[in-house]
Write a protein of this length. Sequence first.
Length: 72
Amino acid sequence: MKKSYKLKNLDCANCAAKIEAAINKLDGVNSATISFITQKFVIDANEDKFEQILEESARICRKVEPGCTILM
């Protein structure tokens, strides 16, 4: 399942790269990309684990960039 989301309060391109790398390491993630310029998050992950992966992705965003949220 592939979905796209807007990001809010992503203030650093380096942080975007760190978040992207961490999300790509999650079990069940086929690919994840974060564009700092467009503030866009695209994820392709197993459908049966998608909600769990999305919650973990949001947690990673907040850990790396406090205040950053995925608009769902």
